[in-house]
Structures are given as C-alpha cells and as structure tokens.
Design a protein around this ligand. Structure first.
Ligand SMILES: [Zn+2]
Ligand SMILES: [Zn+2]
Length: 214
C-alpha cells in the first residue's frame, strides 16, 4: 500500500501536469465533487461517476467516507491533481467507472442503460468500445487463430500496440506444426486510453479467451 501511495504523490508532483490541455468540453470551473482523501492527496482517484440527473462529476478514492467527506471544487483542479481523469471526458451521464490502481485503465462498472456491469467490464474509450472480446475460443483452435489475426489487425491499424507477446501472432506454431508453448499470451494496449486486452491460450487443454485487462 505504501508503494502505491508513494507513486501517487510522485505522479502528482510532475511539473507538467498543470500545463496539460484541459480535455473536457465543459468550462474548467465546472463544479466537481471530490472526497477529502483525494483533495488532500492522501489517496488516489480510483472511482468516478458522471451523474445522470445533474451531470455532476464525482472523483473518489473508493474507500468509505463520513457524510461530510465530500468537497466541491473546480473540475480543472481535479484534472491538475490527476490528469489521467482526462480519459473519462467522453463517458455519458449515468456512468460509474473504477480502476484498481492509478496505473490501471478505467473500466465502466455501471451504466444507466445496463445497470451494474459485473461480468463484462467495458472500456471508457470509443476505440476500445468497439473491440470484440471472446469469452471462450470455440471452436478451438480456429477461433484462436481468428483472434490472433484480429489482434494483429488492431495493431496494424495504429490504434493499439503490443505490451507483451510470447511470439509473433503468426508464430504460435513452430515449423514442425507444434505449439511453441503450453500457454501463450498476447497483451495489447490502446494508444488512446491505455486500456489493456489479453489474448490467452492454453494450448495443452485447448481453451483460451480474449478479454479486457491484463
Ligand atoms: Zn476518499
Ligand atoms: Zn482505448
């Protein structure tokens, strides 16, 4: 926990933070609600919501709060505190998003149109929203090869880059038609929002998936 806290402080002391372009399409002095922990830099922002009724933005640490734990500040102030909230600029009213740590990407956990989103975490980014994930490769291995080609196309499009790969997408089998490994992983990252997607294959048992996260 200490490590996380240190990194948070370091991130926010970056001198360039205050000079980044304010990305939201509302005035910088738009009111936003933060918790006392976020405002006092005692905890990172791990939860945000864009209220349905009044469009109010909330940025909280995700821990429990006393009733008087909220503070109204300018949205620009929150952005200067943590420019990574800029990735949320397009989420519609009625959305709630979370991330596990300041280094993780945001995922939608509640959306007015869907209710709580428990099993399927959706990206906040318009590019990532279009990515087609696969819960189980079926029929294997055809679905796996299709997915590898899809991932390569996403990277070739310029919207994504490889964060990790056990091998090139067309080299999961060696020249003798053997799988290069019992488990093979490819992780791609969205250049727009930083979201990760992982393609995992267990070639020994013949299953795998392509999911959000890493
Ligand atoms: Zn808090
Ligand atoms: Zn994205």
């Amino acid at each position: 926990m200490m490590g996380l806290f240190d990194r948070f402080k370091k991130n926010n002391n970056k001198p360039e933070a205050a000079n980044e372009v304010f990305p939201f399409d509302v005035p910088p002095n738009t009111a936003a609600l933060v918790c006392c922990h976020v405002l006092d830099r005692e905890a990172p922002i791990l939860y945000a919501s864009h209220d349905l009724e009044d469009g109010l933005w909330q940025f909280l640490c995700g821990k429990a709060h006393e009733a008087d734990g909220g503070r109204l500040v300018a949205l620009k102030e929150v952005f200067d505190l943590d420019p990574s909230i800029g990735a949320l600029k397009n989420i519609p009213c009625g959305c709630q998003v979370e991330r596990k740590t300041p280094d993780d990407s945001w995922v939608i956990v509640y959306r007015e149109t869907d209710g709580p989103i428990a099993n399927k975490e959706l990206s906040v980014c318009e590019i990532c929203e279009k990515v087609k994930t696969v819960d189980h490769f079926y029929p294997a291995p055809k679905a796996y090869f299709d997915c590898l080609r899809y991932i390569q196309a996403l990277v070739d499009s310029g919207d994504f880059e490889f964060e990790f790969k056990d091998c090139d997408t067309d080299k999961v089998k060696d020249e003798n038609e053997h799988w290069i490994n019992d488990v093979i992983r490819h992780v791609i990252k969205c250049k727009n929002c930083g979201q990760h997607f992982t393609c995992f294959a267990d070639t020994y048992h013949g299953n795998g998936y392509f999911k959000i996260g890493k």
